[in-house]
Design a protein around this ligand. Structure first.
Ligand code: GTP
Ligand code: MG
Length: 203
């Protein structure tokens, strides 16, 4: 149905959130799906998921109602391998770093590779070869509510997003990048909206 005002049928999209321990993956998921934030840290062990229902995604002026199955994984090394089994079948991946921790941006290379080696979907390591790098990633720089502690300038992250996209068939299109705060909720909805849109587009 091409009618602008119509909403096409429901789909479930699987989103996986990756990044170093403490960057705020669990906080971002909770902020997005429950609207809440806590300053307390409780390490994620293995992986856990939440469902966000009735998300409207607009793509080419067509609205689709989707259910997001959001998988939050463990950043801590000792719990990481428990989470890897959950990458399989993902429709999109959120790569999260902390703007106050440059190391967490450097590590996105590692997370992206690890993800592509596990995701399946007939993409990674298949006959398409480099096409696996077309997988829809969205990059989030979290904790921008702490400007006095910021150590990663926006430009540095954007450079990484260009580099990560440069060896793909899509070529010049950098990975989408948002600066967010799970604490204040700044740009959190927008980031998840974009990841849902990408997931649907590449599905
Ligand atoms: P692992 O589960 O170990 O991988 O960590 P995680 O990435 O899930 O981090 P988590 O969401 O647990 O957040 C770690 C700490 O950072 C917690 O104390 C949060 O309250 C805090 N935090 C998360 N997001 C933000 C943010 O946007 N701003 C501020 N100021 N603190 C945040
Ligand atoms: Mg966590």
């Amino acid at each position: 149905n091409n009618n602008n005002s119509s909403v096409s049928q429901k789909k479930t999209l699987k989103i996986v959130i990756l990044g170093d321990s403490g960057v705020g993956k669990t906080s971002l998921m909770n902020r997005y799906s429950t609207g809440k934030f806590t300053g307390q840290y409780k390490a994620t062990i293995g992986a856990d998921f939440l469902v966000k229902d009735n998300v409207v995604v607009e793509l080419y002026q067509q609205r689709t109602l989707v259910t997001l199955q959001i998988w939050d994984t463990a950043g801590q090394e000792r719990f990481q391998s428990l989470g890897m089994g959950f990458y399989r079948g993902a429709d999109a991946c959120l790569l999260v770093y902390d703007v106050t921790d440059p190391h967490s941006l450097d590590n996105l290379d590692h997370w992206r590779k690890e993800f592509l080696s596990q995701v399946g979907n007939g993409l990674a390591g298949g006959s398409l070869g480099d096409a696996s790098t077309q997988f829809p990633f969205v990059v989030l720089g979290n904790k921008i509510d702490k400007p006095q502690d910021r150590l990663v300038p926006r430009e540095q992250a954007e450079e990484w997003c260009r580099m990560a996209a440069s060896n793909t068939i899509l070529g010049s299109q950098p990975l989408p990048h948002f600066e967010t705060s799970a604490k204040t909720s700044e740009s959190v909805d927008e980031a998840f909206q974009e990841v849902a849109r990408r997931a649907l587009y590449y599905e």
